[in-house]
Design a protein around this ligand. Structure first.
Ligand code: GRF
Length: 202
C-alpha cells in the first residue's frame, strides 16, 4: 500500500513519517511504504530530504494554475500516479477543493497545530497565547470539505508556559506532532489491513 505525503515547506512531519516507516518496518509489518512526496512549492526544503531518502518527489506549483480547481486537478493527477492507499497532508498550506477532498475521502489525513475544534485556521499558537490557554497541542484528523474539521484520529496536549512565545509553543507542539502523526497513520494502515483480511476471509 502506497502513502503519498503532501508538503509545502520544511516537511518535518513528512520526515518523521518516513523515519517511523523505516524504524517500525511498515513495509514488512503493514505492507505499506512512503511512495512519494509532493509539494506545491518548488523550493520546499522537504523535497531535498525525500530525494536523499530515495523517495519519488513531484512539484505541482499552484502559481502555474489559473484556478484552485485546475491546481487540484493537476495535484490529483500527480497523486494518483502512485495509486495511494493514504494521502497525508503534512505542513501542506493549501485549502483543497471539495472535489479533491471527495476523491480521497476516508484516506486523506491532516495534522493541525491545535487541539481541534479549538483554533481551526492559521496562527494557532499566537491565538492560544492571546486567549490565555494553559494547554495547547496538535490534532490528526480526516480531511473534509470544511477546513480543519473532520473525524479526529489522534491528539496530543502540551503545557503553555508563562514565558511562552508563539515560537517556543510551536516548537513544543511540533515535537508532539512528530509522534502522533506516524502513530495515527500506522493505526489506520493496520485497520485497513485487518479490514482487507476480513473481507477476504468472509
Ligand atoms: C507546522 O506549523 C506544523 O505545526 C504544521 O505545519 C507546519 C509545518 O510543518 N503541521 P512541517 O515541518 O512542514 O511538517
Amino acid at each position: 500500500k502506497n502513502i503519498v505525503i503532501l508538503i509545502s515547506g520544511t516537511g518535518s512531519n513528512m520526515a518523521a513519517i518516513v523515519q517511523a516507516a523505516r524504524q517500525q518496518k511498515w513495509s514488512e509489518r503493514l505492507g505499506a511504504r512512503v511512495a512519494a512526496v509532493i509539494s506545491n512549492r518548488p523550493d520546499a526544503k522537504g523535497l531535498l530530504f525525500a530525494r536523499e531518502q530515495g523517495i519519488a518527489t513531484a512539484v505541482v506549483d499552484h502559481t502555474a494554475h489559473a484556478s484552485r480547481e485546475a491546481f487540484d486537478a493537476a495535484l490529483a493527477q500527480a497523486v494518483d500516479a502512485h495509486r495511494p492507499a493514504l494521502v497525508a497532508l503534512a505542513g501542506f498550506m493549501r485549502v483543497l477543493t471539495p472535489g479533491f477532498v471527495a476523491r480521497y475521502a476516508g484516506r486523506l489525513l491532516n495534522i493541525h497545530p491545535s487541539l481541534l475544534p479549538a483554533f481551526a485556521g492559521l496562527h494557532t499558537h499566537q491565538r492560544a497565547l492571546d486567549e490565555g490557554c494553559k494547554v495547547a497541542g496538535a490534532t490528526v484528523h480526516q480531511v473534509t470539505a470544511q477546513l480543519d474539521h473532520g473525524q479526529i484520529l489522534a491528539q496530543a496536549a502540551v503545557p503553555v508556559l508563562p514565558d511562552d512565545t508563539a515560537e517556543t509553543l510551536a516548537a513544543r507542539v511540533l515535537t508532539q506532532e512528530h509522534l502522533i502523526y506516524p502513530q495515527a497513520i500506522a493505526r489506520l494502515l493496520a485497520a485497513q489491513q485487518e479490514a482487507a483480511v476480513r473481507d477476504r476471509t468472509q
